[in-house]
Design a protein around this ligand. Structure first.
Ligand SMILES: Cc1cc2nc3c(=O)[nH]c(=O)nc-3n(C[C@H](O)[C@H](O)[C@H](O)COP(=O)(O)OP(=O)(O)OC[C@H]3O[C@@H](n4cnc5c(N)ncnc54)[C@H](O)[C@@H]3O)c2cc1C
Length: 578
């Protein structure tokens, strides 16, 4: 079997990679060990940046429809059992200034769509593309990374076979065979407690009708963990830590898990059915390399992180969104292979930030006595069961306002930026990273901000204009020289491209926000990569817009500039003549 890109693993990251690459016209072959996509709903928060990516791929509406209804995703509560009153609540919706910030940051809002619902949507969209093949019940057992291709040895029920690919992405999860085959080391914390996830069904509407919350943190003398409302009524997962010094995952039999679920619900009137029990390990680790030869690691294979904050899958989708357009351009011969080195340089620091923050979230809960998922012990839970319950409740109410960044992180969603030799810095300082708050910025390396603009076809977001496959130039109606230079260069470099002029009589117009938000002065411009990150910007027209853009685009593609290429050819010809 022969393909452009082989992807190992049909989890959310492998499937997103397949969909992105497939839509970019790349031949893709996905290999998945299991018989189907996940049946256990592990992760669920799809952040607004991932939703923007899924929007560009045409599946945002399907994911939103399959997720927890927006009005049921309004906060997080702390209780002793589902049947008990709220001790304290963190509202994540309904606070006007927070809602306004979320809405102003993106055309998309985050949703909670469990992995068992999300993955089939990605799979079906990927499989609908003629250039994407997906093979279930097939395991990759070894790989050979050579100068010109990668050979992956696989096996299925018919026996062993090999796939030859120009590149390979290991999206094969925490215990990645790809990573192991490449000998890539991991750094960080290998085991932060041991955990169990129970997926069960029960109609618990009567207990939650007036409590439209995504998470119910349970603080009970028998069990501490988090109950996740998957559909806001019938589908639930309960995740908790156990004492690995005293017991093993095998000790959590169905009978024992039933007892735990009964305690979590706290009311025997409600029948329930356990669907699956999944042990998992909380780790906070980062691969020392994201690329070796022609092979990349992405998602949990590169950075398994604590689920506290819902960053794991989202970080992985960000990885492959960064990588897909680069692979497509290299495979088309438009970009130099060296561009692929930027994947690690750009994504490793983002993964590190998300690992660190997820760990902070986990340890904040554990250290403040709320147990969370990193610890199986909670003094406060013990107190809640005795005469000191009112003191414990007061203490919990004093702790939880400090946990907002765990659940409400618009800054962490949109504030990541790339700092690499493939981005043309403008000399400005990188702003301080904020988890909670997002400040729109067009500084090179950052995601271009969202802004609703008017156009002849109606109101459109800058994010929708960008899509996922083209270089985009924004300028003003006074910046025509930018546009003509850009269009000529794009033709010469065979670049997928588009340009927009902003202002009266232009392609787009607004009430002046573009000038302030996009920081476009009268003859300025912002040049954006296919992944929506700003490649270069200028405040005014330079003497030669062509030279400016040539320099930026050549850096972005790791390519010689068209002028350098012409000089090289002329020199070669002169040499031949001489
Ligand atoms: C309780 C919990 C809650 C979470 N909540 C969130 C959340 O809200 N938001 C979020 O973003 N993340 C969340 N996560 C994390 C999220 O589940 C993971 O980050 C995500 O599944 C990683 O996706 P992936 O595609 O990289 O890996 P995986 O989902 O692990 O998929 C890897 C795939 O590769 C396959 N595979 C492995 N080896 C081979 C091989 N040799 N050959 C063929 N196939 C192979 C596996 O069978 C698997 O299907 C949560 C995790 C847990 C445990």
């Amino acid at each position: 079997m022969d393909t452009d890109v082989a992807i190992i693993g049909a989890g959310p990251v492998g499937l997103s990679a397949a969909l992105l690459l497939g839509r970019l016209g790349v031949r893709v072959c996905v290999i998945e060990r299991n018989a189907s996509t996940s049946t256990h709903p592990r992760g669920h928060v799809v952040n607004a940046r991932t939703m923007e990516i899924l929007r560009a791929l045409g599946v945002e509406d399907a994911v939103r429809a399959a997720g927890l209804p927006g009005e049921r995703n309004a906060g997080v509560t702390f209780v002793t059992a589902l049947s008990s009153p709220d001790i304290g609540v963190i509202q994540t919706k309904g606070i006007p200034e927070r809602d306004a910030q979320h809405r102003a940051s993106s055309p998309s809002l985050k949703v909670s769509c469990p992995q068992d619902e999300l993955e089939p949507i990605l799979l079906n969209a990927a499989k609908a593309l003629p250039n994407v093949e997906v093979h279930f019940n097939t395991e990759m057992i070894s790989l050979k990374n050579s100068q010109k291709d990668v050979e992956a040895q696989c096996k299925n029920s018919d026996g062993e076979f090999s796939i030859t690919a120009r590149y390979l992405i290991g999206a094969d999860g925490t215990r990645s065979t790809v990573r192991e085959q490449l000998g890539i080391e991991m750094e960080g914390q290998g085991r932060i407690g041991r955990q169990i996830g129970i997926y069960f069904e029960a109609d618990l509407w009567e207990l939650i009708e007036r409590r439209p919350y995504l998470l119910f943190w349970i603080l009970n003398a028998q069990t501490c963990g988090v109950l996740i409302a998957l559909d806001g009524r019938r589908r639930w997962t309960y995740n908790f830590a156990f004492d690995a010094e005293k017991e093993t995952a095998a000790d959590f039999t169905v009978e024992r898990c039933e007892k735990i679920v009964r305690t979590v619900i706290g009311d025997d009137r409600f029948p329930f059915k356990i669907r699956s029990i999944m042990p998992w390990r909380m780790t906070a680790r980062l691969a020392t390399q994201f690329k070796k030869g022609r092979v990349f690691v992405a998602g949990d294979a590169a950075h398994p992180l604590p689920p506290t904050g819902g960053q794991g899958m989202n970080t992985g989708v960000g990885d492959v969104h960064n990588l897909a357009w680069k692979l497509a351009l290299v495979l088309d011969g438009i970009a130099n292979e060296n561009l692929l080195e930027s994947y690690e340089v750009e994504r490793q620091p983002v993964a590190q930030i998300n690992i660190d923050q997820s760990l902070v979230n986990a340890m904040k809960m554990a250290n403040s006595g709320l147990s969370g998922m990193a610890s199986h012990q909670s003094d406060l839970a013990q107190m809640l069961a005795g005469p000191d319950a009112p003191i414990a409740e007061e203490k919990i109410r004093s702790i939880i306002p400090n946990l907002r960044e765990h659940f409400d992180y618009v800054g962490q969603t949109f504030g990541h930026s790339y700092n690499s030799e493939w981005i043309i810095g403008d000399g400005s300082e990188r702003p301080e990273f904020s988890v909670v708050d997002y400040t729109p910025i067009t500084r090179p390396g950052h995601r271009l901000p969202h802004l609703w603009m008017k156009s002849v076809s109606g109101i459109v977001s800058t994010i929708d204009l960008l899509g996922f496959e083209k270089f985009t130039l924004f300028t003003t109606t006074a910046g025509n020289s930018w546009i003509s230079a850009f269009e000529m260069l794009a033709r010469e470099m065979r670049l997928p491209s588009q340009s927009f002029s902003i202002g009266n009589g232009g392609d787009l117009w607004d009430e002046g926000q573009a000038a302030t938000l996009l920081k476009l002065n009268s003859t300025g411009m912002a040049l954006v990569r296919p992944d929506g990150h700003v490649l270069a910007r200028a405040d005014e027209l330079p003497a030669s817009p062509r030279s400016f853009l040539e320099h930026a685009l050549s850096a972005a593609l790791s390519q010689k500039t068209p002028s350098e290429k012409t000089n090289q050819t002329t020199q070669a010809k002169n040499k031949a003549v001489a």
